[in-house]
Design a protein around this ligand. Structure first.
Ligand code: FE2
Length: 135
């Protein structure tokens, strides 16, 4: 299963959209490793995804702070929840390989969470920033 970035995912801030494209590429790399059930590659792609997500969330949070985004705390809580999920998975797969069912369920959770988060929560950052820009 491949997922693609398209305009419906644009939040109206170029740097965030670029990072979301990269994030989706990392989800695809994990998804491909899952389809091949390549345990080493599953571990590598999850670690890579986790590192990227932490960096990307930090960038978003800085933009929110700079722009006085009203829902900063709730948004940061969503990020923290997600980081904990992928970090916990990283600890499991460091100890033993994931089963196909676990890897597929994780892939589905990642895709669902990321698309919903971008379309609802991240889009609100774009609304705040662009309102400021045109005020
Ligand atoms: Fe976000």
């Amino acid at each position: 299963m491949r997922v693609e970035w398209d305009e419906s995912l644009s939040v109206g801030i170029g740097i965030i959209d670029d990072q979301h494209r990269k994030l989706i590429e990392r989800v695809n790399a994990f998804s491909e490793a899952t389809e091949r059930m390549d345990s080493r590659e599953i571990e590598n792609t999850i670690n890579y995804l986790t590192g990227y997500v932490i960096q990307h969330f930090g960038a978003e949070e800085l933009i929110m702070i700079r722009n006085g985004h009203p829902a900063f705390k709730e948004h940061r809580d969503e990020h923290s929840w997600f980081v904990k999920q992928v970090y916990d998975v990283g600890r499991v797969i460091a100890a033993r390989p994931m089963t196909r069912a676990e890897a597929t369920a994780l892939r589905d959770m990642l895709v669902r969470w990321i698309f919903r988060h971008i379309r609802v929560t991240d889009r609100a950052i774009g609304d705040t920033v662009n309102q400021e820009a045109f005020a």
